[in-house]
Design a protein around this ligand. Structure first.
Ligand SMILES: [Zn+2]
Length: 209
């Protein structure tokens, strides 16, 4: 029990091995970065992600061995740069499986942005907000949230969307079209211009199975 106490107060001593179930999120992160002109290398993505104890009710943590729950603090900041990515790892609290895939994705992306982009928390509308609960429109505005995450201008206010559009036609040019499976479920997210007159209104199809 004493050992357990030491371990939990100082953080995990060893990086966990990677849980391949999170690989799909790494691939998505890399693709979304690439769409926005940011390179995330396979080497960077080799950082392990695993389920584990994250501490104080948080969904996830980006940390280094022995550093524990507050690893992304000013004191630890010098470890959180690209040169040190091979020391870092991400823990995700297993209770996150009670949430939907958009929520899980946002949490994993949040931790990847700590570890690989060096991003800290913000009070603004962002995946880097401390609470994903505040980003309840993420399933609809995923693209805009990701623009913000990767440093592009995020037009939260100007983005006019129409939900429940009819099926896109053959010629539809998707602005975003994401489909993947994770934890036995499916995330689908697509955006395309609303089929009439303007290109200022976008159809958003966002669903979970
Ligand atoms: Zn965080």
């Amino acid at each position: 029990m004493i050992l357990f106490g030491v371990l939990t107060s100082c953080g995990q001593r060893k990086a966990p091995s990677n849980d391949a179930r999170f690989d799909i999120y790494k691939i998505q992160f890399q693709e979304e970065a690439k769409k926005r002109g940011i390179e995330v290398t396979d080497g960077e993505l080799s950082l392990p992600i695993a389920f584990g104890e994250t501490g104080s009710g948080t969904d996830g943590v980006c940390t280094v061995p022995g550093m524990g729950k507050n690893a992304f603090s000013a004191a630890a900041n010098n470890l959180f740069n690209k040169e040190n990515y091979d020391r870092k790892f991400i823990l995700i609290h297993p209770e996150i499986l009670e949430k939907d895939l958009f929520y899980i994705e946002a949490v994993v992306f949040h931790e990847l942005a700590h570890c690989l982009l060096g991003r800290d928390h913000t009070e603004e509308r962002s995946i880097m907000n401390v609470s994903q609960e505040r980003n309840s429109d993420y399933p609809k505005l995923r693209t805009i949230y990701l623009d913000e995450l990767f440093g592009l201008e995020a037009d939260f206010e100007d983005f006019i969307m129409q939900l429940g559009c009819s099926k896109p036609s053959e010629e539809t040019e998707f602005i975003d079209n994401v489909l993947y499976d994770s934890f036995g479920r499916t995330l689908r997210y697509s955006i395309f211009p609303a089929d009439h007159e303007s290109h200022e209104v976008y159809c958003v199809n966002s669903s979970l199975k």
